[in-house]
Design a protein around this ligand. Structure first.
Ligand code: ZN
Length: 215
Protein backbone atom coordinates (compact mmCIF):
# COMPACT_ATOMS: atom_id res chain seq x y z
CA UNK A 1 0.00 0.00 0.00
CA UNK A 2 1.30 3.41 -0.92
CA UNK A 3 1.75 5.60 2.17
CA UNK A 4 -0.49 8.63 1.60
CA UNK A 5 1.71 11.42 2.90
CA UNK A 6 -0.62 14.14 1.56
CA UNK A 7 -2.97 13.26 4.43
CA UNK A 8 -0.54 14.69 6.98
CA UNK A 9 1.68 16.97 4.97
CA UNK A 10 1.10 19.43 2.12
CA UNK A 11 4.68 19.47 0.80
CA UNK A 12 4.81 20.09 -2.95
CA UNK A 13 8.41 18.95 -3.41
CA UNK A 14 10.56 16.17 -1.96
CA UNK A 15 11.88 12.75 -2.83
CA UNK A 16 10.16 9.42 -3.50
CA UNK A 17 11.37 5.85 -4.01
CA UNK A 18 10.01 4.08 -7.08
CA UNK A 19 8.52 0.63 -6.33
CA UNK A 20 7.21 -0.24 -9.79
CA UNK A 21 6.87 1.03 -13.34
CA UNK A 22 3.90 -0.38 -15.23
CA UNK A 23 3.71 0.00 -18.96
CA UNK A 24 0.53 -0.73 -20.84
CA UNK A 25 -2.28 1.38 -22.18
CA UNK A 26 -1.21 3.87 -19.52
CA UNK A 27 2.29 4.25 -18.12
CA UNK A 28 2.20 4.20 -14.32
CA UNK A 29 4.83 4.90 -11.69
CA UNK A 30 4.22 3.65 -8.16
CA UNK A 31 6.24 4.81 -5.17
CA UNK A 32 6.51 3.63 -1.56
CA UNK A 33 4.89 6.89 -0.39
CA UNK A 34 3.34 9.83 -2.16
CA UNK A 35 2.48 13.48 -1.63
CA UNK A 36 0.32 13.54 -4.79
CA UNK A 37 -3.42 13.65 -4.03
CA UNK A 38 -5.23 10.99 -6.08
CA UNK A 39 -8.58 11.74 -7.68
CA UNK A 40 -11.30 11.05 -5.16
CA UNK A 41 -13.74 12.62 -2.71
CA UNK A 42 -14.87 14.86 -5.56
CA UNK A 43 -11.39 16.31 -5.99
CA UNK A 44 -9.19 16.02 -9.07
CA UNK A 45 -5.84 14.20 -8.95
CA UNK A 46 -2.59 16.14 -8.70
CA UNK A 47 -0.23 16.68 -11.60
CA UNK A 48 3.49 17.38 -11.55
CA UNK A 49 6.79 15.58 -12.09
CA UNK A 50 8.61 12.54 -10.72
CA UNK A 51 12.22 12.71 -11.90
CA UNK A 52 11.93 13.58 -15.59
CA UNK A 53 8.50 11.97 -15.95
CA UNK A 54 5.51 14.26 -16.36
CA UNK A 55 2.68 13.17 -14.02
CA UNK A 56 -0.56 13.76 -15.95
CA UNK A 57 -2.94 12.49 -13.27
CA UNK A 58 -2.96 10.60 -9.96
CA UNK A 59 -5.49 7.83 -9.29
CA UNK A 60 -6.26 5.06 -6.81
CA UNK A 61 -5.67 1.60 -8.28
CA UNK A 62 -8.24 -1.15 -7.70
CA UNK A 63 -5.99 -2.70 -5.01
CA UNK A 64 -5.54 0.50 -2.98
CA UNK A 65 -2.20 1.61 -4.39
CA UNK A 66 -1.70 5.05 -5.83
CA UNK A 67 -0.93 5.31 -9.54
CA UNK A 68 1.01 8.26 -10.93
CA UNK A 69 0.01 8.26 -14.59
CA UNK A 70 2.92 9.59 -16.62
CA UNK A 71 3.42 10.47 -20.27
CA UNK A 72 6.64 8.46 -20.46
CA UNK A 73 8.66 6.71 -17.72
CA UNK A 74 11.92 7.07 -19.69
CA UNK A 75 14.69 5.29 -17.81
CA UNK A 76 12.92 5.28 -14.48
CA UNK A 77 13.18 1.92 -12.71
CA UNK A 78 12.15 0.39 -9.37
CA UNK A 79 14.53 1.24 -6.55
CA UNK A 80 15.37 4.72 -7.85
CA UNK A 81 15.09 7.66 -5.48
CA UNK A 82 13.78 10.65 -7.43
CA UNK A 83 12.79 14.21 -6.69
CA UNK A 84 9.15 15.14 -7.23
CA UNK A 85 7.27 18.40 -7.67
CA UNK A 86 3.51 18.88 -7.55
CA UNK A 87 1.93 21.46 -9.88
CA UNK A 88 1.21 24.20 -7.35
CA UNK A 89 -1.26 26.21 -9.42
CA UNK A 90 -3.44 23.20 -10.10
CA UNK A 91 -3.22 22.05 -6.44
CA UNK A 92 -4.31 25.53 -5.28
CA UNK A 93 -7.33 25.51 -7.60
CA UNK A 94 -8.27 22.01 -6.37
CA UNK A 95 -7.88 23.09 -2.73
CA UNK A 96 -9.99 26.19 -3.22
CA UNK A 97 -12.72 24.33 -5.14
CA UNK A 98 -12.80 21.50 -2.59
CA UNK A 99 -12.81 23.86 0.42
CA UNK A 100 -15.56 25.93 -1.23
CA UNK A 101 -17.66 22.76 -1.34
CA UNK A 102 -17.17 22.24 2.42
CA UNK A 103 -18.09 25.87 3.09
CA UNK A 104 -21.29 25.73 1.02
CA UNK A 105 -22.26 22.48 2.81
CA UNK A 106 -21.58 24.06 6.21
CA UNK A 107 -23.45 27.34 5.77
CA UNK A 108 -26.42 25.69 4.07
CA UNK A 109 -26.79 23.00 6.76
CA UNK A 110 -26.51 25.66 9.49
CA UNK A 111 -29.02 28.04 7.92
CA UNK A 112 -31.55 25.62 6.45
CA UNK A 113 -32.36 22.77 8.86
CA UNK A 114 -33.70 19.89 6.81
CA UNK A 115 -30.88 20.03 4.26
CA UNK A 116 -28.08 17.49 4.81
CA UNK A 117 -25.01 17.58 2.56
CA UNK A 118 -24.48 14.12 1.04
CA UNK A 119 -21.98 14.53 -1.79
CA UNK A 120 -19.87 16.95 -3.76
CA UNK A 121 -17.99 17.28 -7.00
CA UNK A 122 -15.26 19.90 -6.94
CA UNK A 123 -13.86 20.06 -10.47
CA UNK A 124 -13.40 23.53 -11.94
CA UNK A 125 -16.39 24.40 -14.13
CA UNK A 126 -18.43 21.51 -12.68
CA UNK A 127 -18.59 22.34 -8.96
CA UNK A 128 -21.67 21.17 -7.10
CA UNK A 129 -22.79 20.12 -3.63
CA UNK A 130 -25.79 17.83 -3.20
CA UNK A 131 -28.13 17.79 -0.23
CA UNK A 132 -30.85 15.45 0.94
CA UNK A 133 -33.93 17.61 1.49
CA UNK A 134 -35.66 16.15 4.52
CA UNK A 135 -38.22 18.92 4.53
CA UNK A 136 -39.05 21.67 2.08
CA UNK A 137 -36.92 24.78 2.66
CA UNK A 138 -37.18 28.30 1.25
CA UNK A 139 -33.53 28.33 0.15
CA UNK A 140 -32.65 30.69 -2.71
CA UNK A 141 -29.55 31.20 -4.83
CA UNK A 142 -29.25 34.82 -3.64
CA UNK A 143 -29.43 33.84 0.02
CA UNK A 144 -26.78 31.10 -0.35
CA UNK A 145 -24.52 33.60 -2.18
CA UNK A 146 -25.01 36.14 0.63
CA UNK A 147 -24.27 33.60 3.41
CA UNK A 148 -21.21 32.19 1.64
CA UNK A 149 -19.87 35.69 0.94
CA UNK A 150 -20.27 36.58 4.62
CA UNK A 151 -18.42 33.41 5.69
CA UNK A 152 -15.50 34.16 3.34
CA UNK A 153 -15.29 37.71 4.63
CA UNK A 154 -15.26 36.45 8.24
CA UNK A 155 -12.15 34.38 7.33
CA UNK A 156 -13.29 31.25 9.20
CA UNK A 157 -10.62 28.75 10.18
CA UNK A 158 -10.51 25.43 8.30
CA UNK A 159 -9.25 22.77 10.74
CA UNK A 160 -8.08 19.22 10.05
CA UNK A 161 -8.15 16.91 13.05
CA UNK A 162 -8.14 13.25 14.03
CA UNK A 163 -5.61 10.65 12.95
CA UNK A 164 -4.61 11.47 9.37
CA UNK A 165 -4.72 7.82 8.27
CA UNK A 166 -7.78 6.51 10.08
CA UNK A 167 -10.26 9.21 11.08
CA UNK A 168 -9.29 12.50 9.47
CA UNK A 169 -12.01 15.13 9.62
CA UNK A 170 -12.31 18.63 8.18
CA UNK A 171 -14.26 21.27 10.07
CA UNK A 172 -14.91 24.92 9.33
CA UNK A 173 -15.66 26.86 12.55
CA UNK A 174 -18.71 25.31 14.17
CA UNK A 175 -20.14 23.67 11.08
CA UNK A 176 -20.54 19.90 11.15
CA UNK A 177 -17.13 18.15 10.82
CA UNK A 178 -16.88 16.00 7.68
CA UNK A 179 -14.64 12.91 7.30
CA UNK A 180 -12.34 13.83 4.42
CA UNK A 181 -9.08 12.84 2.70
CA UNK A 182 -8.88 15.95 0.50
CA UNK A 183 -6.62 18.98 0.52
CA UNK A 184 -7.87 22.22 2.06
CA UNK A 185 -7.10 25.92 2.44
CA UNK A 186 -6.32 26.98 6.03
CA UNK A 187 -9.00 29.67 6.24
CA UNK A 188 -11.97 30.69 4.11
CA UNK A 189 -10.46 33.95 2.83
CA UNK A 190 -8.01 31.81 0.80
CA UNK A 191 -10.96 30.67 -1.34
CA UNK A 192 -11.20 34.37 -2.42
CA UNK A 193 -14.72 34.27 -3.84
CA UNK A 194 -17.45 31.78 -4.70
CA UNK A 195 -20.06 32.18 -7.39
CA UNK A 196 -23.31 30.34 -6.67
CA UNK A 197 -24.45 29.34 -10.14
CA UNK A 198 -27.83 27.81 -9.43
CA UNK A 199 -30.05 25.55 -7.36
CA UNK A 200 -31.85 22.54 -8.81
CA UNK A 201 -34.14 19.98 -7.23
CA UNK A 202 -34.35 16.40 -8.50
CA UNK A 203 -35.65 13.19 -6.89
CA UNK A 204 -35.50 14.44 -3.30
CA UNK A 205 -32.04 15.95 -3.77
CA UNK A 206 -31.13 19.58 -3.95
CA UNK A 207 -28.06 20.51 -5.94
CA UNK A 208 -26.15 23.78 -5.61
CA UNK A 209 -23.84 24.57 -8.52
CA UNK A 210 -20.81 26.75 -7.84
CA UNK A 211 -17.45 27.93 -9.05
CA UNK A 212 -14.57 29.91 -7.58
CA UNK A 213 -13.70 33.36 -8.87
CA UNK A 214 -10.39 35.12 -9.45
CA UNK A 215 -7.60 35.35 -6.91
ZN1 ZN B 1 -12.32 18.01 2.43
Amino acid sequence: MTIRRYLENSALTGEVTVTSVITGEKVIIRTSETWFHPQGGGQRGDRGKIGDAQVLDTRFSADGQIDHIVSDAGRIQPGMKLPFTIDEEQRMINMRMHSAGHLIAGVVEASFPGLIAVSGHHWPGEGRVEFREEKQTDITQAEVARLVGKAIEADLKVAISGDPYTNRVCSIENYRPIPCGGTHVSSTSEIFDIEIKGIKRKKGKLRIGYDILGC
